[in-house]
Design a protein around this ligand. Structure first.
Ligand code: ADP
Ligand code: MG
Length: 697
């Protein structure tokens, strides 16, 4: 058994390690930098770098890397060893303050969305001292931001840090209005619950679609899926359990608060939830968690799939982004406290979130847009692509009383009677959970459930922080002018909720009626990435991000372009993979089976020439028809892929890929799946859904 407190953070240059390794003065100066966001003096950086290197070498590191999050979606690392030549062909291990603070990777191969066309190829990485350095595979990893020579940002961390700063500024203004002179910092907090699938590595290796695309492009439904719901919270199988144990222990060494693990709804699907942290650290840790999930899977003969929809017909994977704001004194600003009706400050923060979500449904939809997530949103297992908020009965009553000037009577928390003598009765929560809502209030935080499992949550939280900060900023403008703050705040909450109540929906978000109702309410329903992304650069959004200094117009346009281009590339790879599988494996397999059937039919006829209809010939006819249809669909897909070259404009191209290419792929798949259902399992070239989903013991 691992000694958890002992291993926790053992691979992290955390506060304890700094305290131990740094001279007192340096430690204090570094702390100040971290807490106040001040620039680090080079002399201090030299001392820190030296101590960090000594510590890293003690822990077996030989290299260091600036670990950053470019627009590729996966963290980037370029490893340099600490070695430095000395006389006589020997080396010493060196690491300077300059190397710690700044790196200069060649940026030319990272996506820049056109920024690079007009600027230099040089890129800079800058140390983010608010996120601790850690050791992974013998390298000291230094979390860094990444920007171009001329200062345009090229990564996901920088805007997140900026948005946290902006929210801090605006939230502090509100707190001051309410007489809080004590708080010096407001931080956004995030706890991302991560879903994933595990498949056996030997099975995985036989599926080109999983290897190239991370999801299956073909596969008939197995006899059993998730309909019995027996996997959710079910007993964890021994092999999976061993995996989870090593995963937890590794994450703990990285200082990640891995807390909860359980089986999810779909067979072979699981979840890991950490304890929440500041948005910045939670983002870094989530990136590291995803990488570690994959690494550890290899060691256990698994492959960890983080794709949003690896298997059709069973639930896909998401990431629940639990989000709140808290003060440096530990107060959660979304805590309704005992009497929310009288807690005007809480109501102001709540109203800000309501306004933000309603005004910026488009941005929240964009924040979770990816080729993978398009398959998941609205698939009756995940929230629809329509944004709405769940507040629960209690808070809805509170807001009702504010809007209609009615007296608020708190619902007494009901007692749950278990009616079993040995079980204690307990006080129930005042509202049940609503698992279908995309944006649900869950006691003292919001849970944004639309995020895809493979996504970097930096972008999601940059947008969340910015839109809430923007509402807070307008609120602060108004409240700072008021003589009677309480009355002004009540009025503000009332007007805000009245104006934005269409976004509140406590019912079933999976139902058809909601889709209709939402349309009547005028809520957006952008079903796919190509539909949503072009709105990123709408006038409203350029203004919003510009006002708060998150993205310039150039940066926003470049991001939009990168995301749209990336979408087209993904669908293109999927289409080429589908074509490869169809032509090289599926057609030959079906013809081989037809031949086998024909040979059998001939043999049978040889025995009894009188036989007119044979089951074999019936089956041959059926499969031949399907096969000729399949070959036609291959041709359609082939042409669709070729046609993409003629569609100019990144947005138009992405839309073409969605409508023409993805459409043709789906039609091709339908025929393949039908053939698989009528084929000999022995001759089918790929492991079946049943094997992929149920073979792990
Ligand atoms: P559930 O009952 O939905 O499992 P939990 O309270 O266990 O809810 O929390 C789910 C996730 O939300 C966890 O990752 C948890 O750390 C996170 N969380 C809890 N409080 C906050 C908060 N104030 N800010 C951000 N995330 C939070
Ligand atoms: Mg949850």
């Amino acid at each position: 058994m691992a000694n958890v407190p002992e291993i926790f953070g053992s691979l992290v240059f955390n506060d304890a390690a700094m305290k131990e390794k740094l001279p007192k003065g340096t430690y204090k100066a570094l702390k100040k930098t971290i807490e106040e966001g001040k620039p680090l003096d080079i002399n201090i950086a030299n001392v820190v770098a030296h101590a960090m290197k000594e510590w890293a070498i003690e822990h077996g590191a030989t290299h260091f890397t600036h670990w950053f999050q470019p627009m590729t979606g996966v963290p980037a690392e370029k490893h340099d060893s600490f070695i430095s030549p000395t006389d006589g062909g020997a080396v010493i291990m060196e690491f300077s303050g300059k190397e710690l603070i700044k790196g200069e990777p060649d940026a030319s191969s990272f996506p820049s969305g056109g920024i690079r066309a007009t600027f230099e190829a040089r890129g800079y990485t800058a140390w983010d001292p608010t996120s601790y350095a850690f050791i992974k595979d013998g390298s000291l990893c230094i979390p860094t931001a990444f920007c171009s020579y001329t200062g345009e940002i090229l990564d996901k961390k920088t805007p997140l840090l900026r948005s946290m700063e902006v929210l801090n500024t605006q939230a502090l203004r509100i707190l001051r209005v309410f007489g809080d002179d004590e708080t010096v910092r407001v931080q956004t907090t995030v706890g991302p619950e991560q879903e994933y699938f595990l498949v056996d590595k030997d099975v995985y290796k036989k599926r080109k679609d999983l290897i190239y695309c991370g999801r299956t492009l073909f596969g008939a439904r197995p006899p059993k899926g998730q309909e019995l719901e027996d996997h959710y919270f079910g007993t964890i199988k021994p092999r999976v359990s061993a995996y989870m144990k090593e995963l937890d222990e590794t994450l703990w060494k990285y200082g990640i608060y891995a807390k909860t693990k359980h089986n999810e709804v779909a067979p072979a699907q699981h979840e890991l939830a950490p304890i929440f942290d500041s948005s910045n650290i939670a983002t870094d840790h989530n990136q590291l968690t995803m990488a570690t999930m994959k690494d550890i899977a290899e060691k256990h003969g698994f492959v960890c799939l983080l794709h949003e929809k690896p298997f059709a017909g069973v639930n896909g994977s998401g990431k629940h982004n639990n989000w709140s704001m808290s003060t440096n004194t530990g107060k959660n600003l979304l805590d309704p406290t005992k009497n929310p009706r009288e807690n005007t400050q809480f109501l102001v923060f709540l109203a800000a979130v309501i306004r933000a979500v309603d005004d910026h449904q488009d941005l929240l939809r964009i924040a979770v847009a990816s080729a993978g997530n398009d398959h998941r949103l609205g698939a009756n297992e995940a929230p629809p692509a329509i944004l709405s908020m769940y507040l629960g009965d209690d808070l809805t009553d509170v807001l009702h009383s504010v809007v209609y000037d009615e007296e608020y009577r708190k619902q007494e928390a009901p007692i749950m009677e278990t009616n079993a003598d040995v079980l204690p009765n307990f006080v129930k929560d005042t509202s049940d959970r609503n698992r279908t809502s995309p944006f649900a209030f869950t006691g003292n935080k919001f849970e944004f459930r639309m995020v895809g499992s493979s996504e970097n949550i930096a972008c999601t939280n940059t947008i969340l922080n910015t839109i809430v900060a923007d509402a807070l900023s307008d609120f602060a403008d108004e409240l700072e002018k008021a003589d009677d703050v309480k009355a002004a705040a009540e009025k503000l909450v009332k007007e805000t909720v009245k104006a934005h109540q269409r976004i509140i929906f406590n019912g079933d978000n999976y139902s058809e009626e909601w889709v209709e109702e939402a349309a009547k309410r005028g809520l957006l329903n952008m079903r796919s990435l190509p539909e949503a992304l072009p709105h990123y650069t709408d006038e409203k959004n350029i203004k919003l991000f510009g006002k708060h200094g998150i993205y310039t117009e150039v940066e926003l346009k470049s991001r939009t372009e990168i995301i749209l281009e990336n979408y087209s590339k993904i669908i293109n790879i999927e289409a080429l993979t589908a074509l490869d599988m169809a032509k090289k494996d599926i057609v030959p397999a079906v013809t081989a089976y037809i031949r086998e059937l024909a040979e059998t039919a001939n043999l049978v006829k040889g025995i009894d020439p009188e036989l007119v209809t044979l089951p074999e010939t019936e089956l041959i006819k059926k499969l031949s028809n399907l096969l000729s249809c399949f070959v036609k669909k291959i041709d359609v897909l082939d042409k669709a892929v070729v046609g993409a070259k003629d569609v100019e404009g990144v947005a138009e191209n992405a839309m073409y890929y969605k409508e023409k290419v993805l459409g043709a792929m789906q039609e091709l798949r339908a025929v393949a799946d039908e053939m698989e259902s009528n084929m000999s399992a022995k001759l089918w070239p790929y492991p079946s859904y049943g094997t992929m989903l149920f073979s792990v013991s």
